[in-house]
Design a protein around this ligand. Structure first.
Ligand SMILES: [Cu+2]
Length: 280
């Protein structure tokens, strides 16, 4: 997909929602989010080096393999070099150091598909990276899937927050979704009101498959994934907000959070952040 086509897609999606919810507000939706196109492959991340601040739609396309694009803000007094140094010794069973704020970013789409996640980003230094460890349990950041992103103050006002029709609250430990997802396209406003970072990965299960099949697949990473990845939101720190676009068709779905727990190092999906639901 050519980057020049992306603004049209997100603009039309957001305006469709805005029209449905607030018919009188057409003139207010002229400003659209900045679009950042990210392309992931085995094992590289392509993205811009510098973007303006404000509402930003991160579009992730995975041309090969399973990848996400975590967006992390590097705190005052620290540099991208500090991040790379810390990343060498990151313990996958422990949360990130406190000088890193997990903004979120797009979780893995199915190969060739796109995940769209929006955040309001402030000026500063960020890192984009992938910690998916398929197929050999080595996080992709260790294979070179990491890059610096500089956000500079924008010269024009930010686009307003997009219209959303579903709210998801991330709590310790669960996903509160209202109203329930129905067939069609949705923009989910996600907030993290918990004490820890959380994410959501969403997939539609193949016919007849259950969460148990996903667990068996994850134990070995052999054979095909028993469903279709639909993206979702990469880990987001407490207090964060994101807008995630999803396309839903009838079927059985799963929501999962793979963030390691601050207290015992177990994945949050083992603490109950593994939800199975059906869309009629
Ligand atoms: Cu990856």
């Amino acid at each position: 997909m050519r980057p020049s086509l992306l603004p049209c897609i997100v603009a039309s999606a957001l305006m469709a929602c805005a029209r449905a919810e607030t018919p009188a507000a057409d003139s207010a939706v002229a400003a659209t989010p900045n679009v950042v196109a990210i392309t992931a492959s085995d094992f590289a991340l392509a993205a811009p080096d510098t973007i303006p601040s404000g509402l930003t739609a991160f579009h992730l396309v995975a041309t090969s393999g399973v990848h996400h694009a975590m967006v992390v803000k590097i705190g005052e007094g620290k540099t991208y070099a500090d991040f790379l140094e810390a990343a060498k010794s990151l313990d996958p069973t422990k949360p990130f150091p406190s000088w890193l704020t997990e903004i979120g970013g797009p979780n893995p789409p199915a190969p060739g598909d796109t995940t769209i996640v929006m955040h309001d980003v402030t000026a500063g230094t960020y890192a984009l990276f992938c910690v998916v460890d398929i197929p050999d349990r080595v996080p992709h950041i260790a294979k070179g899937m990491v890059r610096e992103l500089t956000v500079v103050p924008a010269s024009t006002p930010s686009a307003p927050p997009p219209a959303s029709d579903v709210a998801m609250t991330l709590v310790d430990y669960g996903f509160d979704v209202t109203p329930a997802l129905t067939p069609g396209e949705h923009v989910i406003k996600v907030t993290n009101t918990a004490q820890q970072s959380h994410e959501f990965f969403i997939a539609r299960l193949d016919s007849g498959k259950t969460m148990a099949d996903v667990g068996q697949w994850a134990a070995t990473y052999t054979g095909p994934f028993p469903g279709k990845a639909l993206g979702g939101l990469a880990p987001m720190s407490p207090g964060g907000t994101a807008y995630v676009r999803v396309q839903i068709t009838p079927g059985n779905y799963i929501l999962l959070c793979f963030v390691p727990d601050a207290k015992d190092g177990k994945l949050h999906l083992e603490h109950g952040m593994a939800k199975e639901f059906t869309v009629q």
